[in-house]
Design a protein around this ligand. Structure first.
Ligand code: IPD
Length: 279
């Protein structure tokens, strides 16, 4: 059964409750020395016991509140549902920052998306309805579709963007060696053309930074659905454009975010640099 008119205020309240509960868990129970539980695509792509515990916590809160919804999580994959709504969750975005004990650089990401019937959750086809990002140092960003974006209750709206050479641009790097080699080449092309680059280590927080004007633009190749679901709504609701290259929607091939007056210029540079090459 599809949820024809989802209650967005209720969804964002559930998202925030789930993110805050998991956020308290990873803050309060972070051991002095965080051990790597396992690795994924490379030795740098780590999972800690707290990633797994935080995803379990998110699933418990969301499942209790909305038992008919699907859940897609970074660590435990897709649990199907029947409502047409999927919770897309990243229990610790910025796991390397968590490993090293840097709370402003990691966050719990929770988004509710609606998907067409029979289609798996995919940024190209989903509609993000509600989102919450809760950082390790206790800041909380929320958004509902059409209802605006907020940081700790304060409405966020993009101001006029500077010219591209004065733009502060955020990016991130994947974990696989071949991807990093390409990303390094793209950085070499881009860096001389902008004010500077920042690599925070959490794509979710990068997108909130665009929403707040702490970054003018952001791009990254290789983002997974859970890295971008929550932050993309927060950025969009603050007035940003979220796009891919060559007319495609944002997704794993490329995600570009920023003021609509500047996104096109960054897209052109990234296309020239072949930043979406598949490696
Ligand atoms: C990572 C972060 C990072 C981005 C990587 C992501 P994780 O997520 O968002 O900023 O550059 O591409 O995989 O692994 O910390 O959940």
């Amino acid at each position: 059964m599809n949820d024809a008119e989802p209650d967005l205020a209720a969804l964002v309240a559930i998202a925030e409750r789930a993110a805050r509960t998991a956020g308290a868990l990873i803050r309060d129970e972070r051991p002095d020395r965080v051990e790597v539980a396992t690795t994924k695509t490379s030795p740098q792509d780590v999972v800690t016991a707290m990633d797994l515990a935080a995803e379990t916590s998110l699933r418990e809160t969301l499942g209790a509140a909305r038992p008919d919804d699907a859940i897609l999580g970074e660590e435990q994959g897709l649990t199907p549902g029947t409502s047409g709504i999927t919770w897309v969750i990243d229990p610790i975005d910025g796991t390397v920052n968590y490993l090293y004990g840097w709370p402003p650089g990691y966050a719990v990401l929770v988004a509710a998306v609606s998907t067409p019937p029979g289609v798996e959750p995919d940024p190209a086809t989903w509609t993000v309805l509600a989102a919450c990002v809760h950082s390790g140092d206790g800041q909380t960003w929320t958004a509902t579709r059409g209802g605006g974006a907020f940081r700790d209750g304060r409405r966020l709206e993009l101001g006029e963007p500077p010219a591209l050479p004065l733009c502060l641009v955020g990016t991130g790097f994947g974990y696989r060696r071949e991807v990093r080699e390409l990303q390094g080449r793209v950085v070499a092309r881009l860096l001389p053309q902008v004010r500077d680059l920042r690599r925070v280590g959490s794509a979710g927080l990068d997108l909130c930074a665009v929403a707040e004007g702490r970054l003018d633009l952001f791009y990254e190749q290789g983002l997974k659905p859970w890295d971008m679901a929550a932050g993309s709504l927060i950025a969009t609701e603050a007035g940003a454009q979220v796009s891919g290259l060559r007319g495609s929607p944002a997704g794993q091939a490329m995600t570009v975010v920023g003021h609509p007056q500047r996104v096109g210029e960054l897209i052109a540079l990234l296309e020239q640099a072949g930043a979406d090459e598949q490696v």
